[in-house]
Design a protein around this ligand. Structure first.
Ligand SMILES: Nc1ncnc2c1ncn2[C@@H]1O[C@H](COP(=O)(O)OP(=O)(O)OP(=O)(O)O)[C@@H](O)[C@H]1O
Length: 269
């Protein structure tokens, strides 16, 4: 099916109100036989799983399991040896205008001379174009996003002068201004306090409730896990994917982490 045909079908479905089930299939990101090799390291092997809209999906697994690589490979940011991620009948990497991606903190240059407002407005560049004036709508969206993450009062502050949690909030605000269909966050919860964690999860759940497709890499198997609807458990290969209750079995955790993890009971999950 061509992109044009797919858009037509999608708008017809909007017109004729198809049920939740078929709408959900259309907005699902489907990862098919994805493989990544970095020189001598086989980072991911034959990954097959879905990321459903309307759910908060976490990617978990031990250090070096390939969690960040999964997101990067889905978006075409690292070369794949096999497979791809599909969205609405086309490779996702060819539709990046529909994606908001927030990389790991370590991959962002915090010395870059930009204010909080500059960073959030960057979320509008794709829609506005480089070197063009931002519209009133773009400015309003950026101001609303900053307000939503509780960072309005910092709008003139250089990003290098913020705490880690404040920096994460600013990048979340930038993602919100992109008005994307798919949101990919790589370790947004590292080094943040409980209050910021709660703000971030509230926003993730709002996006999921609005029918967005969200995937969040999270290496910490602790409390945060209780916030996800679905999980993708990796250790270079796919150990399990599906609802959090299905994925967090003793057997799956043993396969992913070996002896490194104490079993989480279903109640804990
Ligand atoms: N650019 C690269 N070049 C070579 N090897 C890489 C590169 N990026 C990642 N790797 C290797 O690929 C494997 C998977 O890395 P990745 O960062 O995806 O894992 P992760 O699950 O996100 O790890 P962590 O929880 O430690 O952040 C690791 O062995 C890592 O050392």
């Amino acid at each position: 099916m061509t992109t044009a045909t797919f858009r037509k079908v999608d708008s017809m479905l909007k017109d004729y109100e198809c049920g939740d089930n078929c709408r959900s299939q259309i907005k699902t990101v489907t990862i098919q036989q994805l493989g990544v090799q970095y020189r001598m390291v086989e980072a991911l092997k034959n990954i097959n799983c879905d990321i459903q809209p309307g759910k908060l999906t976490g990617v978990i697994g031990p250090n070096g399991a390939g969690k960040s690589t999964l997101i990067k490979a889905m978006l075409g940011l690292v070369p794949t040896t096999s497979g791809t991620a599909m969205y609405q009948g086309q490779p996702l990497m060819e539709q990046l205008e529909k994606v908001a991606y927030v990389p790991q903190r370590s991959q962002i240059d915090w010395t870059y001379p930009a204010t909080v407002w500059d960073v959030v407005m960057m979320g509008r560049v794709r829609k506005t174009g480089w070197f063009r004036r931002f519209s009133t709508v773009s400015r309003r969206l950026a101001a609303e996003a900053l307000e939503r993450v509780g960072m309005s009062e910092f709008r003139s502050r250089p990003i290098g002068q913020l705490s880690g949690g404040q920096q994460q909030r600013v990048f979340l605000a930038r993602a919100l201004t992109e008005e994307a269909e798919i949101f990919c966050f790589d370790e947004p919860l590292v080094g943040i306090d409980k209050k910021t964690e709660a703000v971030i999860f509230d926003i993730f759940h709002e996006l999921a409730d609005a029918g967005k497709t969200l995937v969040v890499v999270n290496h910490d198997l602790g409390q945060a896990i209780t916030n996800f609807d679905n999980l993708i458990l990796l250790n270079r290969e796919l150990i399990a994917s599906g609802s959090r209750q299905e994925v967090l079995s003793a057997e799956n955790l043993q396969r992913a982490y070996g002896g490194q993890v104490v079993f989480f009971s279903e109640q804990a999950a």
